[in-house]
Design a protein around this ligand. Structure first.
Ligand code: FAD
Length: 338
């Protein structure tokens, strides 16, 4: 059996590593950071199927995950609609999820090296699952933190501001702890102030800013990322890329984690054939690229179109009118984007 080296121990890398180990493939996983840690993420997974989790050997990790069944959307300070999800979304904090997957990977006999930053140099047997491609000029900013004292009534809340959106997700069964995560445009923040509240106020989401101000934030959970763009990450064709390293779906969909798992699922059989000598590395890589494109092309294109709509004034006005008139095809969109 030929060895597989995976760079990046996020969801794509860990789940692929676990799946390969279940077939006895030697796997080295190199991760630039350590576990557990907080990550910028809305912490709900839309779309992933039980079958994908079974194929990867990780369904047990989600046995006690929360099941979110309905959502409420606000535009500015006004609620514009409320709807059931066509399929429940899974809920778990990334601190917990990544750590659980790391444990399973090591229990299955995978070799993990942490604090080990690799370079994206294509070579046989190397899978690049190191997340988003760095783009310093990008104006996007992702922020997240956990709060106590926010009542969301068991709903996934989505708030749309000027050029930004933010989600509130319960992460404990009693709803006492809520993840708050948003995508913003870079701006100026007060020294010593709460950057999430500042970003909300700059986006015109004053009422939500007041709600967060009166709740209690866990300062250790506050994280941010910048320097990324959505859509295809434009990787070199001879580098085998998975998850966010291959393409990023806009976060309002809550589908990025599902895509990380699905990309590992797409790659699995081709990597098994490579490892057993039935496929050359170039053939395996080509088949993986094709399979990822088939699976994600139209989903990501639709999501990028809606993202543009959510982040511009005309698009938001159309969305608000459609939602208020009760003609927003939410259920159809939810199915298409998951
Ligand atoms: C604001 C925001 C909110 C989001 N909310 C949601 C949500 O609610 N639901 C959802 O499903 N998705 C959400 N996503 C997307 C989701 O978080 C990602 O799609 C998912 O984490 C991708 O997993 P991944 O394994 O591909 O990459 P990552 O999780 O980014 O993992 C990549 C790993 O590679 C490591 N790494 C990086 N460079 C190197 C290197 N050179 N060498 C070694 N290791 C390296 C990193 O440390 C990291 O651990 C959100 C994204 C953003 C930006």
């Amino acid at each position: 059996m030929k060895k597989i080296e995976i760079v990046g121990g996020g969801l794509a890398g860990l789940s692929l590593g676990i799946a390969l180990r279940r077939f006895g493939i030697p796997v080295l996983l190199r991760e630039a950071s350590t576990y557990p840690r907080h990550r910028v993420c809305g912490e709900f997974i839309n779309g992933v199927t039980e079958n994908t989790l079974e194929v990867l050997g990780i369904s047990q990790v989600f046995s006690d995950a929360l099941r979110h069944r309905s959502t409420r959307w606000w535009m500015g300070d006004r609620q514009i609609f409320e709807a059931p999800l066509s399929r429940p979304a899974l809920g778990m904090s990334r601190w917990e999820m990544d750590e659980r997957l790391r444990c399973v990977f090591e229990e299955e006999g995978g070799v993990l090296k942490t604090n080990d930053r690799a370079k994206p140099v294509p070579r046989e047997g190397l899978v690049w699952a190191a997340g988003r491609h760095l783009e310093r000029e990008s104006q996007l900013l992702g922020l997240k933190a956990h709060f106590e004292g926010l009542n969301v009534d068991g709903y996934l809340e989505m708030h749309i501001g000027e050029g930004s959106y933010i989600g509130l997700t319960p992460i404990t069964p009693d709803g006492s702890r809520v993840n708050v995560c948003g995508l913003f445009r870079k701006g100026k923040f007060r020294q010593g102030g709460n950057p999430i509240v500042d970003a909300l106020r700059q986006s015109g989401l004053e009422a939500l800013g007041d709600r967060l101000d009166s709740a209690s934030m866990d300062p250790g959970s506050l994280t941010g990322i910048s320097g990324f763009h959505l859509g295809s990450q434009g990787g070199k064709s001879d580098l085998c890329t998975l998850g966010d390293a291959e393409r990023m779906i806009p976060p309002f969909t809550g589908n990025g984690m599902s895509m990380a798992f699905e990309s590992a699922e797409c790659a699995l059989s081709h990597l098994l054939h490579y490892s057993s000598g039935d496929l050359s590395w170039a053939e395996a890589n080509e088949r993986i690229r094709h399979s990822l494109d088939e699976r994600f092309r139209s989903r990501v294109r639709l999501a990028l179109g809606l993202h543009r709509c959510l982040t511009n004034a005309v698009g938001r006005a159309i969305l608000r009118s459609a939602a208020c008139a009760g003609v927003l095809p939410f259920s159809w969109l939810h199915q298409k984007l998951s």
